[in-house]
Ligand binder design. Structure first.
Ligand SMILES: [Zn+2]
Length: 482
């Protein structure tokens, strides 16, 4: 048993109170008034001058982007997808593990204790690749839901008219790479689910059919049936960019969400990523089905995707999580920053101040909301019986000096530099500012070797992406504007 005493505890209602927290195994055994626990038989941790809060939950991330951060400045989602073969190709199994571990280490360092990860491999998800990512999260000590990305149409096949608009020989080159047939993808995913080695209370599998129109209806229905049978979650990018919303009526004669609803994919284990271009009817359908949505404001700003309406999501009763997205589109995997941005962007939607997202609403979304989206029970609160995923924040960090309102200063001021210690499932993974689970210096050396090798291996794919870039950008801008 561990008694964390003398901390200022952030309660589920967002108040700061002087309480002691008793941790037994992986859970919070009790939250009591200061000094109430007498006697020996436990490790006492003096957390005077620290705030204690639940770990943050990252609602959306991509493990494969850990090695491709810093490569994208003026890219929108479509030109970013066009550039992916050049950025994430030629990866070895060790690279896949390394990329995930870099991300997990950064998240823990910045106070994130659990995350939803849509991990991509091409031309299909592999049992070894997903296992390498799960192992990385496990080594870092994090909790995760890992959703292998699935698709059976490439970006060039999925966007109506795009391939036809490309000049030869670029069209032929762009269309050369194909995803595996959906039956092979499903067989591979079934295999990896059957052989899942990890404790599902820590690292659980989910499915990630990437974007509705990048997946055939057959693939989507198979995903629905598989998750239904096994009780797994699904995460999917829905209406992230204006183009995605614009192509839906052309392909389906209805919105993306209406299509998913007709295919009966929507339920309490379905999580939308982004949802920037949803109509209110879409939000209603998602809310009525009990879905979650990961709001990823940093990525939406960086890729120019737009501003998702978190107030409208909450008003419909949707469970909202907050995510960073991958390290190539929201580069620092900082869940505190994502939470702050969720508040900020709600203020430029043209809504009156009474409808702006408050610090406490953002905190709820980034903790309990995220936990629900990932499908973890009793996670995201400092409360008796809940999981002991906890952060200690150093109140001498200057953004807490002076301390007027803890919840508000966490959301508007914390940038990760105040995170002093991190406990996940009752185990310290960071103490006194030092990561205990990952050797960051070794990680950096391996990453430098990997990117030098990958830069050379992907030179041809990158050159093709660069040639395609203006054509893709021009065509997609035209399609989005219509
Ligand atoms: Zn994403």
């Amino acid at each position: 048993m561990i008694l964390i005493q003398n901390a200022l505890v952030l309660t589920p209602s967002g108040e700061a109170r002087a309480l002691d927290v008793l941790v037994d195994g992986g859970s919070i055994a009790d939250v009591v008034s200061r000094g109430a626990v007498k006697g020996d038989g436990m490790e006492r941790v003096d957390a005077a001058g620290r705030a204690l809060m639940p770990g943050l939950v990252n609602g959306h991330n991509h493990a494969q982007t850990g090695l491709s951060k810093g490569l994208f400045d003026r890219y929108n989602l479509e030109t970013y997808l066009n550039a992916q073969p050049g950025a994430t190709g030629s990866r070895t199994l060790e690279d896949k593990h390394l990329s995930a571990l870099i991300g997990a280490a950064e998240m823990v360092r910045k106070g994130c204790t659990a995350g939803y990860d849509m991990f991509a491999e091409f031309p299909l998800p592999t049992a070894d690749g997903v296992e390498a990512v799960a192992r990385a999260y496990s080594e870092a000590g994090m909790r995760a839901a890992i959703a292998p990305m699935m698709a059976d149409k490439t970006f060039y096949q999925a966007i109506p008219g795009l391939a036809e608009a490309l000049p030869e020989p670029l069209r032929g080159q762009a269309l050369k790479a194909r995803y595996a047939p959906y039956s092979e993808t499903l067989a591979s995913v079934q295999n990896l689910l059957k052989n899942w080695k990890f404790d599902r209370e820590r690292i659980k599998p989910a499915l990630g059919p990437t974007i509705p129109h990048h997946c055939s209806d057959e693939l989507l229905v198979e995903c629905r049936d598989l998750t239904g049978e096994l009780g797994l979650g699904i995460q999917m990018h829905v209406a992230e960019s204006r183009l995605q919303a614009a192509v839906a009526p052309k392909i389906y004669g209805k919105s993306l969400v209406a299509h998913l609803d007709d295919l009966k994919l929507l339920n309490g284990k379905f999580c939308v990523a982004h949802g920037v271009w949803l109509e209110d009817d879409d939000r209603k359908r998602l809310a009525d089905a009990g879905c979650s949505i990961s709001h990823n404001p940093g990525s939406n700003l960086k890729l120019g995707s737009g501003i998702a309406d978190m107030r409208a999501m909450l008003a419909r009763g949707l469970n909202v999580a907050i995510g960073t997205d991958g390290a190539a589109s929201s580069d620092n995997l900082n869940a505190f920053e994502a939470m702050r941005l969720a508040c900020y962007v709600s203020r430029v939607k043209g809504n009156p101040p009474e409808q702006w997202v408050t610090a406490r609403e953002a905190l709820h979304a980034a903790t309990e909301g995220g936990a629900k989206a990932l499908g973890f029970d009793k996670l995201g609160r400092v409360e008796k019986g809940w999981k002991a995923d906890l952060l200690l924040l150093d109140l001498s960090a200057l953004h807490y000096v002076p301390l007027n309102d803890l919840a508000s200063q966490i959301v508007f001021g914390e940038d990760g530099t105040g995170v002093e210690s991190v406990m996940i499932g009752g185990r310290w993974v960071m103490r006194g500012g030092k990561l205990l689970t990952v050797d960051v210096e070794a990680l950096r050396r391996k990453a430098e070797e990997a990117v030098a090798r990958l830069r050379a291996a992907n030179a041809e794919a990158r050159a093709l992406g660069e040639k395609l870039h203006p054509h893709v950008g021009h065509f997609c801008a035209g399609l989005s504007a219509r």
